[in-house]
Design a protein around this ligand. Structure first.
Ligand SMILES: Nc1nc2c(ncn2[C@@H]2O[C@H](COP(=O)(O)OP(=O)(O)OP(=O)(O)O)[C@@H](O)[C@H]2O)c(=O)[nH]1
Ligand SMILES: *[C@@H]1O[C@H](CO)[C@@H](O)[C@H](O)[C@H]1NC(C)=O
Ligand SMILES: *[C@@H]1O[C@H](CO)[C@@H](O)[C@H](O)[C@H]1NC(C)=O
Length: 478
């Protein structure tokens, strides 16, 4: 009934045109005064003063005073706003709203019956909400960034900017959601390739409030995607580590095996159970003493290099000593020939006699030593062939060949030639010398193989020639 009467009055007021529209904008959470004043002299003690709050033409009476007495005491707890009764007498019926909320928006009508008729003041309250500072995150799976901000009103605008203030907004998609408090949450997603290190910023705008809030982040191309990041940060080091382990293990195995191999070859030499003589036959300057030194050096790993065989002695002819012991049982001796082309001269018969006698009583291995520096002349070839036949006549087989100074070019050609002459084995060496005796496994191995081949051959020769004779073999060349 009351509302109906008020509505009637409003219609009257509207028709007479005696009202003002007062537009008020407030920020959510602030306190606001909605002004309403009358001419106090025209106010009557017994006439009412009241406030209506209308949302979408749905009006609720929030204040009603008669004679300065609140008529809505029973609703005091739920209603919004406060009027100061002591100010009413002065014609001031202004409404005070504390901590204004979205629900406070709408029309406010303040009315009073004055002595000359009703009077109404209309106010429109708009509440704006400043959204919270934006959160900026980089997505883990793709090259994208997310900017989010909550509790804005009206819906916030989101803009994106890159290095040098470039506008990235067109690469973004923005979504708003209205939350139960009547405010908008905003989420904006930017998809963009980062090709160089830059700062990416996201800004949320509240246009009516003329307010913006920005958040920035430094991005580097290296952090483009989590996949790639994972690959570089985890997989590659792991792969390298595994690879390094494998290579290390293989190197270790190789070295270990190599060392084991050499040790086994030395063991074979020291285990040779028969007195054996290795006879090196060669001309001066062809490296016979150096070959002897090398075999001993390769075998005796724990001893420094020693010139046991008298290499580079001057004059070189028949340098002493003639025999060098390698182990308790194996001896290496030399048979030096004439330096000239015709090295097989007057001494031939005495040598052959000696060799024949000794080959019958000891295990012997004959080796012809030739330096790769020396080119073979027709005469030399002739002489060497004769020597080979003589050795065969003594032992039953042609001598082995040992080529020294193998890094001289005609090593391969000489190898073929001595094979052709009938040498069962042709070895080639780079001898350990006084000036160059840097030990390597490969160099050691060549000499150890040579010695082992010689001791094997010595057994063969003996079993072919004199199978029943027990061995006590030390050969004297003079
Ligand atoms: N580059 C190289 N030099 C070698 C090799 N063998 C020996 N020599 C050098 O050649 C020279 C002669 O070697 P020696 O071992 O003294 O041989 P030799 O002259 O026949 O010995 P004698 O006549 O008995 O004194 C020396 O200066 C050695 O250092 C080799 O395989 N390579
Ligand atoms: C009405 O009263 C309030 C509270 O005292 C005051 O803040 C306001 O300025 C007054 N309005 C007028 C128009 O006097
Ligand atoms: C990003 O770069 C890659 C290769 O450089 C390309 O294939 C892709 O299309 C780019 N994406 C965008 C959004 O530009």
């Amino acid at each position: 009934m009351k509302i109906f009467i008020i509505g009637l009055i409003l219609m009257v007021v509207k028709r007479t045109g005696r009202f003002f529209v007062n537009e008020i904008t407030a920020v959510r959470g602030s306190d606001v005064w909605i002004e309403c004043t009358f001419d106090a002299t025209r106010m009557s003690q017994d006439e009412p003063v009241w406030w209506l709050h209308c949302e979408n033409s749905n009006c609720i009476e929030i204040q009603h005073f008669i004679g300065g007495v609140d008529q809505l005491q029973d609703r005091a707890a739920s209603r919004r706003g406060r009027v100061y009764p002591d100010k009413l007498r002065e014609g001031n019926a202004s409404l005070f709203i504390e901590n204004v909320q979205m629900s406070d928006e709408g029309h406010y009508e303040c009315s009073a019956i004055l002595t000359d008729g009703p009077c109404t003041t209309i106010s429109v309250l708009t509440v704006l909400a400043s959204s919270e500072p934006p959160q900026l995150t980089e997505a883990l799976d793709t090259r994208s960034f997310t900017c989010s901000s909550r509790n804005g009103f009206p819906p916030a605008l989101v803009t994106w900017a890159g290095g040098n203030g470039m506008n990235y907004t067109p690469d973004s998609v923005t979504q708003h959601t209205l939350n139960p408090e009547g405010l908008y949450d905003v989420v904006s997603k930017l998809t963009r390739n980062v090709t160089e290190e830059e700062t990416i910023c996201c800004t949320v705008w509240n246009q009516p409030l003329q307010e913006h809030k920005t958040n920035c982040m430094r991005v580097t191309p290296g952090q483009e995607t989590d996949d790639q990041h994972l690959l570089t940060a985890t997989l590659i080091p792991v792969a390298l580590f595994i690879l390094a382990c494998c290579v290390g293990f293989m190197i270790y195995r190789y070295c270990y095996k190599g060392r084991r191999n050499l040790a086994r070859k030395r063991e074979r030499i020291s285990n040779c159970s028969h007195q054996t003589v290795i006879v090196l036959i060669g001309k001066p300057e062809h490296g016979v003493p150096s070959l002897i030194n090398s075999c001993v050096y390769a075998y005796k790993t724990d001893e420094p290099f020693k010139n046991r065989a008298g290499a580079t002695r001057h004059p070189p002819h028949y340098a002493k000593p003639e025999e060098v012991p390698l182990t308790e049982r194996i001896t290496i001796t030399r048979a030096l020939l004439q330096p000239e082309d015709r090295f097989w001269t007057s001494e031939r018969d005495s040598f052959l006699d000696k060799w024949r006698r000794e080959a019958q009583s000891h295990r012997c291995c004959f080796v012809f030593v030739h330096s790769c520096i020396d080119k073979l002349t027709a005469t030399t070839k002739d002489e060497i062939q004769k020597l080979f036949e003589d050795v065969k006549s003594v032992t039953g087989s042609y001598p082995f060949t040992a080529l020294t100074m193998k890094n001289f070019e005609n090593a391969e050609e000489l190898k073929r030639y001595f094979k052709y002459l009938g040498s069962k084995r042709v070895f080639s060496f780079h001898n350990y010398t006084i000036h160059d005796h840097k030990r390597t496994a490969k160099r050691d191995e060549e000499f150890l193989d040579f010695v082992n081949a010689c001791t094997d051959e010595a057994v063969d020769t003996e079993s072919e020639m004199v199978p029943l004779i027990e061995d006590v073999c030390v050969l004297h060349t003079h």
